[in-house]
Design a protein around this ligand. Structure first.
Ligand code: UDP
Ligand code: MN
Length: 275
C-alpha cells in the first residue's frame, strides 16, 4: 500500500535564486535589480560575482558572494560561478534552484505560482531553450559519434528541483561542474543541460513564460506581462531588444525594467509618479 503524504505548497522561502554577475556590471546592472525585483526576494536571492563590493554587500544583507572566479567572459569563469551557485543551493536545503543573469527581471510572485505546479520531490528542469533544436556535439568518449541534448538558456533563467539537483551531485558538486564544462568545452548553461539531458537522461520542460534577450522581447503584449516569469533586455548595435511596456520614458528607463516593475506593481511608492 502507498501512503499519500500531502506536502505543504511551495512558497517563496522554498526557492533559492542565484544571480550571476561580474564586477563591471555591479553599477550598470545590479543596482537596477536591487532597486526592483530583489525587494520582493531579499532573503532568497544571492549574487555570484568576482570581487568584493562592500557597498552592495551591505545593501544585500551579505548576499554578495565573491566566487574568486576570474572576471572575464569565458567558459572557465562562467562554469566556475555556476559550480558555486549549485554548491550554495545544495547547502541551502531549499526545494528549488533558480538561476538568472544580472540583466534579468524576475516576476517573483509569478515564479512562486509557476513552481507550485511542479513537485520538487520529482525531477524537474524548467526553462527556455535558445535553439529550436537540441545542441549537437562530438562524443569525446566515443570518437566519431555525436551526442545531442536540450539546454535551457541561462539568460532566460532556469529552475531545477532538489530531487534532480541531488542526482546531479556526482557530476556537478564540489566544482565538478567545471570539469564537465572543460571536457565538453561549452558554457555553463550548456554544461548544466549536458549533465541533466545527456548524463542523467532527464528532459527539459519548456516554460514559455521565461524570456531571454535572444527572443523578440518587443512582441510581448503589455496585458500579458503579469503572466510572465522573467524578462531581459539587450542592445545589438543601435537596436534595443526591450519589452514594449508603457511607463517611464525610454530616456529614464532604457532597459524598461523599471516600467515592467511598475506595470506589475503599480501601488509601489517608487511607481507613484506614474499615476
Ligand atoms: N558575466 C560574467 N563575467 C563576464 C561577463 C559576463 O559573469 O566577464 C555574466 C553577466 O554578469 C551576466 C551573464 O554573464 O549575468 C551574461 O552576460 P551578458 O548579458 O553580458 O552576455 P550575453 O551572454 O547575455 O550576451
Ligand atoms: Mn545578457
Amino acid at each position: 500500500s502507498s501512503v499519500q503524504i500531502n506536502e505543504r505548497p511551495t512558497t517563496l522561502n522554498d526557492i533559492f535564486i542565484s544571480v550571476k554577475t561580474t564586477q563591471k556590471f555591479h553599477e550598470k546592472r545590479l543596482k537596477l535589480v536591487l532597486d526592483t525585483w530583489f525587494q520582493f526576494a531579499k532573503d532568497q536571492t544571492y549574487f555570484f560575482t568576482d570581487t568584493n563590493d562592500n557597498e552592495l554587500n551591505k545593501r544585500t544583507n551579505n548576499h554578495m558572494i565573491n566566487t574568486n572566479c576570474s572576471a572575464v567572459h569565458n567558459r572557465q569563469a562562467l562554469c566556475c560561478k555556476m559550480a558555486q551557485e549549485y554548491d550554495t543551493f545544495m547547502e541551502s536545503k531549499k526545494r528549488w534552484f533558480c538561476h538568472v543573469d544580472d540583466d534579468t527581471y524576475v516576476n517573483v510572485p509569478k515564479l512562486v505560482t509557476v513552481l507550485q505546479k511542479y513537485n520538487h520531490t520529482k525531477d524537474w528542469y524548467l526553462g527556455k531553450p535558445s535553439l529550436r533544436h537540441p545542441i549537437e556535439i562530438m562524443d569525446r568518449d566515443n570518437p566519431g559519434q555525436k551526442i545531442s541534448f536540450w539546454f535551457a538558456t541561462g539568460g532566460a533563467g532556469f529552475c531545477i528541483s532538489r530531487s534532480l539537483a541531488l542526482k546531479m551531485m556526482p557530476h556537478a558538486g564540489d566544482g565538478r561542474l567545471m570539469t564537465v564544462g572543460e571536457k565538453i568545452r561549452l558554457p555553463d548553461d550548456c554544461t548544466v543541460g549536458y549533465i541533466i539531458g545527456h548524463i542523467l537522461k532527464k528532459q527539459l520542460t519548456i516554460v514559455d513564460s521565461f524570456h531571454s534577450h535572444l527572443e523578440a522581447l518587443w512582441l510581448l503584449r503589455p496585458f500579458d506581462l503579469d503572466r510572465q516569469v522573467t524578462f531581459s533586455y539587450s542592445k545589438y548595435g543601435e537596436k534595443m531588444n526591450i519589452v514594449n511596456v508603457p511607463g517611464f520614458s525610454n530616456k529614464e528607463d532604457p532597459t524598461r525594467l523599471w516600467s515592467i516593475h511598475c506595470h506589475l506593481f503599480p501601488y509601489l511608492r517608487e511607481c507613484r509618479s506614474l499615476q
